[in-house]
Design a protein around this ligand. Structure first.
Ligand code: ADP
Length: 329
């Protein structure tokens, strides 16, 4: 485990990180998910040694790495925009990280070839950055970060600037590279799809605070905090929960509320006709979204895209909730 303990970082009045603690598994992909401004980059910059926290510790192999200079931390970082040296070939860009080490030319060549092979850029080694596409440049930046065989690879939204198809392709490759190298990846993103696809372990940041961590599916479907549910865009409903049943705000007989239900969009099922109404339908890539009003409560649920035409705005419907997360208070 990499143990992050009570990290706080303030910039004047902005609290970028507020007493953040987490346990990051070794040899796995940890994804830190959070909206823009939630403190993701600050966290990575502190781990990399580019920034000092006001308080806190980061324990790797039993040692607090915060007292070490960046180059002794065994950490490499890849940024959103690949910062390659324009006057150097791809080969020299990748080899750059190795130059400071005492290594023979032959060893350097072997390592560069290994990294280039890992990123499928063997054929680009003699080219210059300006001759490459955005995706190829990011592959070079990844190869340069990996060539030094870091203990920890920090990935700061490295796919955000790429178009969708390329982003999905590289996402898949990142996972396979991690599996082949066994390096600990800490990947930050605001993209939920990317987070859920990549993560072996998921951490959610919200306004500088850690609001969830755990296995991605558990964190996504049963978040422990309202803040994490908000990050995912889940339905959040105040209701009355007794030991036997849940009374929803739109059902008859609700007098008071004593619990909050958190329910992801895919766990609300439209069923029969009842006291809810479809107020809008949205066409998305791969799925349809129904906006439903049950008395005063607005709910969102996903349906198969090929069935979206079966639903009519204004139509009365009933809904069923599958296994909502119940918070009693
Ligand atoms: P994220 O990566 O999640 O978008 P950041 O870590 O970049 O979030 O920023 C967290 C908060 O800290 C933001 O409110 C941001 O404006 C602020 N911040 C980050 N870096 C600086 C800085 N160098 N000076 C002042 N404020 C900063």
């Amino acid at each position: 485990m990499i143990i992050v303990e009570n990290l706080t970082k303030k910039y004047d009045k902005t609290i970028a990180l507020n007493n953040v603690s987490m346990k990051i598994p070794i040899g796995k992909i940890t994804v830190v998910l959070g909206p823009s401004g939630s403190g993701k980059t600050t966290l990575l910059r502190i781990i990399a040694g580019l920034e000092k926290p006001d308080t806190g510790r980061i324990i790797v192999d039993g040692e607090d790495i915060l007292s070490k200079p960046p180059w002794e931390r065994g950490v490499s970082m890849v940024f959103q925009t690949p910062s390659l040296f324009p006057h150097m070939t791809v080969y020299d860009n990748i080899a750059f990280g190795l130059e400071a080490r005492t290594m023979s030319k032959k060893e350097i060549k072997e390592k560069v070839r290994w990294a280039a092979n890992l990123l499928h850029i063997d054929h680009l080694l003699e080219k210059y950055p300006e001759q490459l596409s955005g995706g190829e440049q990011q592959r070079v930046a990844l190869a340069r970060a990996l060539v030094v065989e870091p203990k920890i690879l920090l990935l700061d939204e490295p796919l955000s600037n790429l178009d969708l198809a390329l982003r999905e392709e590289l996402r898949y490759e990142l996972k396979s590279i991690q599996r082949r190298t066994g390096i600990t990846f800490i990947h930050v993103t605001h993209d939920q799809d990317e987070a859920l696809e990549l993560a072996d372990y998921l951490v959610v940041l919200y306004k500088g605070m850690k609001v969830e961590e755990g296995p991605p599916r558990r964190v996504y479907e049963y978040p422990e905090t309202i803040e994490a549910a908000k990050v995912f865009g889940h339905n959040i409903i105040r209701a009355y929960c007794s030991d036997k049943e849940i009374t929803y705000p739109w059902s008859k007989g609700l007098v008071e509320t004593n619990c909050t239900l958190i329910i992801p969009q895919h766990k609300i099922i439209v069923s029969g006709k009842d006291n809810c109404v479809i107020i809008d339908k949205i066409y998305r890539r791969n799925y349809g979204l129904l906006i439903i009003k049950c008395k005063e409560t607005i709910l969102r649920t996903v349906v198969l895209l090929r069935e979206l035409d079966n639903y009519v705005i204004g139509e009365k419907i009933g809904i069923k909730m599958i296994d909502p997360k119940i918070m009693r208070k």
